[in-house]
Write a protein that binds this ligand. Structure first.
Ligand SMILES: Nc1ncnc2c1ncn2[C@@H]1O[C@H](COP(=O)(O)OP(=O)(O)OP(=O)(O)O)[C@@H](O)[C@H]1O
Ligand SMILES: Nc1ccn([C@H]2C[C@H](O)[C@@H](COP(=O)(O)O)O2)c(=O)n1
Length: 235
């Protein structure tokens, strides 16, 4: 029988693209001594594998057949998260524009979701047994992957704020204009929210935090407080 450390805490952080899930989750995990899992990176990794192996990402059947082939490994240290595919470091390649534009199609394929969801659950279970717990961020963590999480957070922000944040990241690199960035965000959110299998959604028992007018530090502080309250309430 699996044993869970009595103090272990499982935190699910979901929300649309650019709301601050990764930045917040990493910082909260680091501050509280928890592990950290970026589930978007796993969907990006399998997408990258499909592209480099010539699988047509617009063909759900082809994606489903290939889904079990790559081995994806996530490192969960919030100070240095890692992701490998078949032993290769995929941290850089999974952030390309090509992967970003194809990841929603690949992640909508049920066979892909089943495999990645199982992987996510095993990583969370290991963190609950061997560590103080984990912060898992994504789109369907509170609703599907870890419905019994101790704390569920759903981050939101206006499309304008999210596009401005993303453009700030891209400045000097791809120099994407604000309108195009906003349009791409809205398109990806619509695909992620509209798919049949475990779409992007707020769990009924999630705490919603609108980050539009909040600094990142304020959001981190807010989530740390919610986790600490949850832990204190269990003593
Ligand atoms: N509250 C905030 N105020 C200002 N900038 C923020 C805030 N939260 C996050 N950011 C910045 O916005 C950008 C996107 O944040 P982050 O990558 O954490 O979002 P995300 O929700 O994980 O996005 P995605 O789902 O696309 O991976 C980063 O440059 C981050 O520093
Ligand atoms: N739990 C998750 C996490 C991510 N995805 C898909 C949908 C996203 O557009 C894509 C990339 O995520 P990001 O790196 O932007 O957080 O991965 C999902 O379906 N479920």
């Amino acid at each position: 029988m699996e044993t869970v450390a009595p103090s272990a805490v499982i935190v699910a952080i979901d929300g649309p693209s650019g709301t601050g899930k990764s930045s917040t989750s990493k910082a909260v995990a680091a501050k509280l001594g928890l592990r950290y899992l970026d589930t978007g990176a796993q969907y990006r990794a399998i997408t990258w594998w499909m592209i480099t192996n010539g699988v047509d990402t617009d063909d759900p059947q082809a994606v489903a057949i290939a889904a079990g082939k790559p081995t994806i490994v996530s490192g969960t240290d919030p100070a240095a998260p890692t992701i490998t595919v078949d032993g290769l470091d995929a941290a850089g390649p999974i952030r390309t524009q090509e992967v970003t534009s194809r990841v929603s199609a690949v992640s909508a394929v049920p066979e892909v979701r089943t495999l990645i969801t199982d992987l996510q659950r095993s990583i969370a279970a290991e963190a609950a047994q061997e560590a103080e717990g984990i912060v898992v961020e994504g789109r369907d963590i509170g609703t599907t992957v870890l419905p019994d999480a101790d704390l569920k957070i759903f981050l939101t922000a206006s499309a304008e704020a999210r596009a401005a944040r993303r453009s700030g990241e891209l400045r000097g690199k791809e120099a994407a204009d604000l309108a195009a960035t906003k349009e791409a965000l809205i398109k990806r959110d619509a695909a992620d929210s509209g798919r049949k299998t475990s779409p992007l959604a707020k769990a009924d028992d999630a705490v919603e935090v609108d980050t539009t007018e909040l600094t990142l530090d304020r959001v981190i502080e807010c989530v740390v407080t919610l986790v600490e309250e949850k832990r204190a309430g269990r003593k």
